[in-house]
Design a protein around this ligand. Structure first.
Ligand SMILES: [Cu+2]
Length: 219
Protein backbone atom coordinates (compact mmCIF):
# COMPACT_ATOMS: atom_id res chain seq x y z
CA UNK A 1 0.00 0.00 0.00
CA UNK A 2 2.71 2.38 1.02
CA UNK A 3 4.70 1.61 -2.05
CA UNK A 4 1.63 2.28 -4.19
CA UNK A 5 1.32 5.68 -2.60
CA UNK A 6 5.01 6.32 -3.10
CA UNK A 7 4.77 5.52 -6.78
CA UNK A 8 1.69 7.71 -7.09
CA UNK A 9 3.63 10.52 -5.47
CA UNK A 10 6.56 9.88 -7.77
CA UNK A 11 4.21 9.94 -10.75
CA UNK A 12 2.73 13.24 -9.55
CA UNK A 13 6.22 14.70 -9.21
CA UNK A 14 7.15 13.51 -12.67
CA UNK A 15 4.01 15.10 -14.04
CA UNK A 16 4.93 18.36 -12.35
CA UNK A 17 8.39 18.19 -13.83
CA UNK A 18 6.93 17.50 -17.25
CA UNK A 19 4.71 20.55 -16.92
CA UNK A 20 7.67 22.76 -16.08
CA UNK A 21 8.08 25.49 -18.67
CA UNK A 22 10.55 24.47 -21.30
CA UNK A 23 9.66 26.00 -24.63
CA UNK A 24 12.09 28.39 -26.22
CA UNK A 25 11.67 31.14 -28.76
CA UNK A 26 14.73 32.21 -30.75
CA UNK A 27 14.33 35.39 -32.72
CA UNK A 28 16.97 36.08 -35.37
CA UNK A 29 17.15 39.79 -36.12
CA UNK A 30 18.60 41.15 -39.34
CA UNK A 31 18.83 44.58 -40.91
CA UNK A 32 20.44 45.40 -44.26
CA UNK A 33 21.57 41.78 -44.53
CA UNK A 34 23.52 41.92 -41.25
CA UNK A 35 22.87 40.54 -37.79
CA UNK A 36 21.24 43.23 -35.69
CA UNK A 37 22.16 43.70 -32.05
CA UNK A 38 20.24 45.62 -29.38
CA UNK A 39 16.90 44.42 -30.81
CA UNK A 40 14.17 43.54 -28.32
CA UNK A 41 11.83 40.54 -28.51
CA UNK A 42 8.92 40.18 -26.09
CA UNK A 43 6.54 37.21 -25.89
CA UNK A 44 3.22 38.50 -24.56
CA UNK A 45 1.03 35.59 -23.36
CA UNK A 46 -2.46 35.51 -24.83
CA UNK A 47 -3.61 32.89 -22.32
CA UNK A 48 -3.65 34.88 -19.13
CA UNK A 49 -3.38 31.88 -16.82
CA UNK A 50 0.36 31.62 -16.41
CA UNK A 51 1.96 34.90 -15.46
CA UNK A 52 4.55 34.30 -12.74
CA UNK A 53 3.97 36.07 -9.43
CA UNK A 54 7.18 37.69 -8.23
CA UNK A 55 7.49 38.27 -4.50
CA UNK A 56 10.00 41.08 -4.98
CA UNK A 57 9.93 43.68 -7.74
CA UNK A 58 12.67 42.88 -10.27
CA UNK A 59 15.63 45.27 -10.41
CA UNK A 60 17.75 46.50 -13.30
CA UNK A 61 20.71 48.84 -13.66
CA UNK A 62 21.64 51.39 -16.30
CA UNK A 63 25.20 52.59 -15.67
CA UNK A 64 26.80 55.78 -16.79
CA UNK A 65 30.33 54.91 -17.85
CA UNK A 66 32.68 57.18 -19.81
CA UNK A 67 29.75 59.50 -20.52
CA UNK A 68 27.59 56.81 -22.10
CA UNK A 69 24.58 54.83 -20.88
CA UNK A 70 25.62 51.20 -20.45
CA UNK A 71 23.92 49.18 -21.77
CA UNK A 72 22.65 51.34 -24.61
CA UNK A 73 19.38 49.32 -24.63
CA UNK A 74 17.89 47.74 -21.51
CA UNK A 75 14.76 45.58 -21.40
CA UNK A 76 12.71 45.21 -18.23
CA UNK A 77 9.15 44.21 -17.44
CA UNK A 78 6.51 46.53 -16.00
CA UNK A 79 7.06 46.97 -12.26
CA UNK A 80 10.87 46.88 -12.37
CA UNK A 81 12.99 49.15 -10.19
CA UNK A 82 15.83 50.68 -12.20
CA UNK A 83 19.01 52.11 -10.70
CA UNK A 84 21.13 54.70 -12.51
CA UNK A 85 24.59 54.60 -10.91
CA UNK A 86 27.04 57.19 -12.16
CA UNK A 87 30.45 55.47 -12.48
CA UNK A 88 32.16 58.59 -13.85
CA UNK A 89 34.12 61.14 -11.88
CA UNK A 90 31.91 63.90 -13.24
CA UNK A 91 28.23 64.54 -12.65
CA UNK A 92 25.34 63.68 -14.96
CA UNK A 93 21.75 64.83 -15.11
CA UNK A 94 19.66 61.96 -16.41
CA UNK A 95 16.17 62.61 -17.73
CA UNK A 96 13.41 61.27 -19.96
CA UNK A 97 10.47 63.00 -21.62
CA UNK A 98 8.90 59.69 -22.70
CA UNK A 99 5.22 59.16 -21.83
CA UNK A 100 6.10 55.77 -20.31
CA UNK A 101 8.21 57.54 -17.65
CA UNK A 102 8.90 61.25 -17.39
CA UNK A 103 11.60 62.02 -14.86
CA UNK A 104 14.71 64.01 -14.12
CA UNK A 105 17.41 63.04 -11.67
CA UNK A 106 19.04 66.23 -10.38
CA UNK A 107 22.75 66.62 -11.19
CA UNK A 108 24.42 63.84 -9.28
CA UNK A 109 27.48 61.71 -8.74
CA UNK A 110 27.38 58.15 -7.45
CA UNK A 111 24.12 56.28 -6.99
CA UNK A 112 20.83 58.18 -6.62
CA UNK A 113 19.16 57.36 -3.32
CA UNK A 114 16.05 55.82 -4.81
CA UNK A 115 15.68 53.57 -7.85
CA UNK A 116 12.98 54.49 -10.34
CA UNK A 117 9.86 52.31 -10.56
CA UNK A 118 8.89 51.73 -14.19
CA UNK A 119 5.17 50.98 -13.94
CA UNK A 120 4.02 51.61 -17.51
CA UNK A 121 4.92 49.68 -20.65
CA UNK A 122 6.60 51.51 -23.51
CA UNK A 123 9.93 52.97 -24.51
CA UNK A 124 11.78 55.25 -22.10
CA UNK A 125 14.34 57.32 -24.00
CA UNK A 126 17.15 58.46 -21.72
CA UNK A 127 19.21 61.60 -22.10
CA UNK A 128 21.67 63.66 -20.07
CA UNK A 129 21.30 67.43 -19.82
CA UNK A 130 25.08 67.88 -19.68
CA UNK A 131 26.19 65.52 -22.44
CA UNK A 132 23.98 65.75 -25.54
CA UNK A 133 25.28 62.58 -27.16
CA UNK A 134 24.35 60.41 -24.19
CA UNK A 135 21.32 58.43 -25.37
CA UNK A 136 19.95 55.25 -23.92
CA UNK A 137 16.72 53.29 -24.06
CA UNK A 138 14.72 51.23 -21.62
CA UNK A 139 12.07 49.05 -23.21
CA UNK A 140 9.44 48.38 -20.55
CA UNK A 141 7.80 45.14 -21.64
CA UNK A 142 4.24 44.15 -20.74
CA UNK A 143 5.46 40.59 -20.16
CA UNK A 144 8.27 39.00 -18.13
CA UNK A 145 9.33 36.95 -21.17
CA UNK A 146 11.77 39.05 -23.15
CA UNK A 147 15.27 39.03 -24.60
CA UNK A 148 17.67 41.39 -26.35
CA UNK A 149 19.77 40.39 -29.32
CA UNK A 150 23.54 40.22 -29.09
CA UNK A 151 26.09 40.76 -31.86
CA UNK A 152 24.87 37.54 -33.53
CA UNK A 153 21.38 39.05 -33.85
CA UNK A 154 19.85 36.31 -31.68
CA UNK A 155 17.40 37.07 -28.89
CA UNK A 156 16.50 33.82 -27.12
CA UNK A 157 13.55 33.76 -24.72
CA UNK A 158 13.87 30.63 -22.61
CA UNK A 159 11.65 28.74 -20.13
CA UNK A 160 8.41 29.83 -21.77
CA UNK A 161 5.24 28.02 -20.68
CA UNK A 162 3.42 26.39 -23.58
CA UNK A 163 0.64 28.54 -24.97
CA UNK A 164 -0.31 31.28 -27.39
CA UNK A 165 1.76 34.44 -27.55
CA UNK A 166 2.03 37.70 -29.39
CA UNK A 167 5.57 38.49 -30.43
CA UNK A 168 6.50 42.15 -30.08
CA UNK A 169 9.80 43.36 -31.50
CA UNK A 170 11.52 46.71 -31.16
CA UNK A 171 14.79 48.41 -32.03
CA UNK A 172 15.74 52.03 -31.28
CA UNK A 173 16.28 52.71 -34.98
CA UNK A 174 13.44 50.69 -36.49
CA UNK A 175 11.76 52.45 -39.35
CA UNK A 176 8.14 51.41 -39.06
CA UNK A 177 5.97 50.34 -36.18
CA UNK A 178 3.61 48.41 -38.42
CA UNK A 179 1.71 45.20 -37.77
CA UNK A 180 4.75 43.40 -39.12
CA UNK A 181 6.46 44.02 -35.79
CA UNK A 182 3.75 42.15 -33.87
CA UNK A 183 2.32 38.74 -34.67
CA UNK A 184 0.91 35.68 -32.93
CA UNK A 185 2.41 32.24 -32.52
CA UNK A 186 1.78 29.10 -30.49
CA UNK A 187 4.38 27.26 -28.43
CA UNK A 188 3.94 23.58 -27.68
CA UNK A 189 5.49 22.11 -24.57
CA UNK A 190 9.24 21.47 -24.96
CA UNK A 191 9.24 23.07 -28.38
CA UNK A 192 11.88 25.31 -29.86
CA UNK A 193 10.57 27.86 -32.27
CA UNK A 194 12.71 30.16 -34.42
CA UNK A 195 11.47 33.39 -35.95
CA UNK A 196 13.33 35.52 -38.47
CA UNK A 197 12.67 39.23 -38.21
CA UNK A 198 14.06 41.69 -40.74
CA UNK A 199 13.88 45.36 -39.76
CA UNK A 200 14.59 48.44 -41.80
CA UNK A 201 16.53 51.03 -39.85
CA UNK A 202 16.60 54.79 -39.75
CA UNK A 203 20.00 56.51 -39.84
CA UNK A 204 21.76 56.91 -36.51
CA UNK A 205 20.73 60.36 -35.28
CA UNK A 206 22.89 60.35 -32.20
CA UNK A 207 24.71 63.65 -31.73
CA UNK A 208 28.47 63.31 -32.02
CA UNK A 209 30.64 63.50 -28.96
CA UNK A 210 32.76 66.61 -28.57
CA UNK A 211 36.45 65.96 -29.34
CA UNK A 212 38.47 64.71 -26.39
CA UNK A 213 39.99 67.53 -24.41
CA UNK A 214 38.22 70.20 -26.44
CA UNK A 215 34.90 70.23 -24.66
CA UNK A 216 35.38 72.98 -22.11
CA UNK A 217 31.66 73.41 -21.63
CA UNK A 218 30.92 69.74 -21.48
CA UNK A 219 32.62 68.72 -18.27
CU1 LIG B 1 26.07 63.29 -18.65
Amino acid sequence: MLSDRTSLLALACLTLVRLAPAAELRVNFKADGNSLNDAVAVAVPLDTSHSPEASQPPQATVDQIDKEFVPHVTVVSVGTLVNFPNKDQIRHQVYSFSPAMRFELPLYAGIPAKPLLLDRSGVVTLGCNIHDWMTGYIFVAESPWFAKSGADGVAAIEALPAGRYRLVVWHPRQNDVSSESSHEFTLLEDSKVAENIVLTLKPDFRPRRVPLGGGGGYR
